[in-house]
Design a protein around this ligand. Structure first.
Ligand SMILES: Cc1ncc(COP(=O)(O)O)c(C=O)c1O
Length: 391
């Protein structure tokens, strides 16, 4: 969900007319965005990348995650979260989400083993994870926390912007996100050393400019952003706060007007005053009730969004990473002691919850009449679906 208009067209046209498309030129749009975005999030540094996946890889690399390490990821996220772990040579350990459809803190704690180095809480669909509990567990058990805020751009948790709470955060600016430049992303951290390594993770020539006194040089793939993306993101950043505040308010209004009778249950939320509000989520009593609800109201069942639940991550479940077997971390000696026995039903609790969770798209530009129509439709469906389920 994003807004677009002449501001973006004018910003891009200006860059093209200047013929300065490389991000390190004078008056860089990318650098301007990185400074503004860091300030907006309340972090020390932000770095633009070519995608959310490359931002996750840069964050993991910056924090020193690699072969021999396990990284905990939730059962419900876009597959790229787990793919990024494999990209740095580590092994993803998939654990349950709870009724909030974000990482279950209990499942996280239970899953920690001797090889677990990090956890990636994912603020899926703009819904903040239970960050107080996750950070407490991580601190107590010595885990690094990389927030996957790819779907959480503009949202916050108890006043702190998503992506700014852990040791590093990653954002996507692809077509489906709250701010977009078509394809793009950003990695953020308060740790200057993490960011220095992250810069090298996305730009193999970075050492020539930043020096290599305090870190060992290494080669990595390139995934820099261009000035066209930087210019567009500066225009997008001007829009985000108003857009998120509007969606948050609309979501609150719809939830309040559809759950007051006690028939319909909203999915539990960890920070309703700060979340993105992109999706309005309900937890129905049964999977059948959820199907019937969607057929009357519209929306989608969380288990059926495609590619967002572990049971659809075929390459991971089949342990096929890398383009040739020798590049597959699942085959590496260092990873021998890591847990990699995946199965379709290993997170059955998540599948059960996701099968009963319904998500309805919100929109910052919904007129009041459309909001009222949606409320009426939801209430009518709740009446028939929940009465039938109670029999
Ligand atoms: C939760 C999550 N993580 C990671 C990514 C990867 O971002 P990108 O597609 O920009 O590489 C996405 C993108 O859809 C996502 O939704």
């Amino acid at each position: 969900m994003y807004r677009l208009g002449d501001e973006e067209i004018n910003a891009i046209a200006k860059v093209i007319r200047s013929r300065k498309l490389f991000r390190y030129d004078e008056d860089s749009e990318c650098i301007r965005f990185e400074k503004r975005y860091a300030q907006y999030l309340g972090v020390a540094e932000a770095l633009m990348t070519s995608s959310g996946t490359s931002a996750l890889v840069a964050a993991l690399g910056g924090l020193g995650v690699g072969p021999g390490d396990e990284v905990i990821v939730p059962a419900h996220t876009y597959m790229a979260t787990a793919v990024a772990v494999l990209q740095v040579g580590a092994i993803p350990v998939i654990v349950d989400v709870d009724e909030s459809i974000t990482l279950s803190p209990e499942a996280l704690e239970d899953a920690i083993g001797p090889r677990t180095k990090a956890v990636i809480p994912v603020h899926m669909w703009g819904l903040p994870c239970d960050m107080n509990r996750i950070m407490e567990i991580a601190q107590r058990r010595g885990l690094l926390v990389i927030e996957d805020a790819c779907q959480g751009v503009g949202g916050a948790y108890e006043g702190r912007k998503l992506g700014s709470i852990g040791h590093a955060g990653a954002f996507s600016f692809n077509h489906f996100k709250n701010m977009t430049c078509g394809e793009g992303g950003a990695v953020v951290s308060n740790d200057a050393r993490v960011m220095k390594i992250a810069r090298c993770m996305i730009d193999c020539c970075r050492f020539f400019w930043d020096g290599k006194e305090d870190i060992q040089d290494f080669s990595a793939a390139g995934s820099r952003a261009s000035e066209i993306e930087g210019a567009m993101m500066n225009a997008q950043l001007d829009r985000i706060e108003d857009m998120i505040c509007t969606m948050r308010q609309t979501k609150k209004q719809i939830i309040a007007s559809t759950t007051a009778s006690g028939q319909l249950q909203a999915s539990p939320r960890h920070s309703p005053d700060w979340e993105c509000g992109t999706k309005i989520c309900y937890l129905l009593p049964t999977a059948e009730a959820a199907e019937s609800f969607v057929s009357q109201v519209g929306g989608v069942i969380a288990a059926k969004t495609g590619r967002h639940t572990y049971n659809e991550w075929d390459p991971i479940l089949n342990r096929r990473a890398g383009h040739v077997p020798a590049m597959n971390p699942f085959n590496w000696e260092q990873n021998r002691g890591c847990r990699m026995d995946y199965s379709l039903d290993m997170c059955a609790r998540s599948l059960e919850i996701l099968g009963r969770t319904v998500m309805i798209d919100n929109n910052p530009d919904f007129p009041p009449q459309k909001i009222q129509e949606l409320i009426d439709r939801i209430n009518a469906a709740a009446e028939s679906v929940c009465t039938a389920a109670a029999k």
